[in-house]
Write a protein that binds this ligand. Structure first.
Ligand SMILES: N[C@@H](CS(=O)O)C(=O)O
Ligand SMILES: [Fe+2]
Length: 263
């Protein structure tokens, strides 16, 4: 396939460098720095960074994060490609940056690959489409005003009827947001036959992969160490893992970032 010629498809057991230090100009690194600053602003103002964040603080943070993600995605720099790898078994998660406040990761999807319906702990979850077409299906099981709580999942014995409440088709430049108080979701690469005009205009070099592979950039704050995912009709605890880990910010102490990234 054309996409496979343009991108290296890593199979299992391929070693990936742990730290990749990018040379200038590096827009992904600038994005990481700007995001770090945005989270730092809220933290130093005393905000608790999670899905119960003060509404004014969250609005300020959300506006900034959405702006940054949209800007990066529409710029079409493509510098994320060096971290991208797909495989046949499942979508792949590549950690790009880990701090105490948030994590940035690149997710690579083959056509038809989807995540299981899952929760996001107490975290904020933003995702931007960098390539391809991605469909998000949201589910909001009955759980009162508090949305999808750990307690409601446990009360249901981990099992409940899921009713899709929203389907959102996203393409390059679109930014989604979800947290457990809003809904659970499943995301998948769902290429349509129809060309995407916006992508053609803003990111011509992506045209070759328009109808097939997808890539999304995810920001989780705080980093998710444990969540729940639907398996055989029941919600099971799951610990998100990474196919690869990279370090896109050198900072003053690269080892420190490495230690955080492998926590
Ligand atoms: N939250 C999922 C990706 S997506 O389906 O939103 C993950 O981190 O693997
Ligand atoms: Fe998700």
């Amino acid at each position: 396939m054309e996409e496979e010629e343009a991108f290296i498809v890593l199979k299992r057991h391929v070693s990936v460098p742990k730290h990749v230090f990018l040379s200038e100009p590096c827009h992904l690194r600038a994005l990481a720095s700007d995001l770090t600053a945005a989270f730092e602003v809220e933290r130093t103002r005393g905000a608790i960074l999670n899905n119960r964040q003060d509404i004014i603080s969250f609005k300020r943070l959300n506006d900034r994060v959405v702006d940054l993600l949209k800007g990066y995605s529409l710029a079409g720099n493509g510098d994320w490609r060096q971290y991208a790898a797909w495989n046949d078994q499942s979508y792949l998660r590549h950690l790009l940056l880990a701090t105490e406040e948030f994590e940035i990761m690149l997710l690579c999807w083959r056509p038809g690959q989807t995540s299981r319906v899952h929760t996001h702990a107490d975290s904020h979850c933003w995702f931007a489409v960098l390539a391809g077409e991605v469909r998000e299906t949201q589910y909001r099981p009955f759980a009162g005003e508090e949305g999808v709580s750990e307690a409601s999942l446990n009360a249901a014995g981990g099992a409940m009827d899921l009713v899709p409440t929203k389907i959102i088709n996203n393409s390059v430049g679109d930014v989604g947001y979800i947290n457990d108080r809003i809904a659970m979701h499943s995301v998948g690469c769902c290429p349509s036959e129809r060309p995407n005009p916006r992508q053609e205009v803003t990111s011509p070099e992506e045209n070759g992969m328009r109808t097939a592979l997808a890539c999304t950039l995810h920001i989780y704050s705080p980093p998710i160490r444990s969540a729940k995912a639907l398996e055989d009709g029941k919600f099971m605890a799951c610990i998100p893992g990474f196919f690869s880990r990279h370090c896109i910010l050198t900072g003053s102490d690269p080892i420190k970032h490495a230690a955080i990234a492998t926590a």
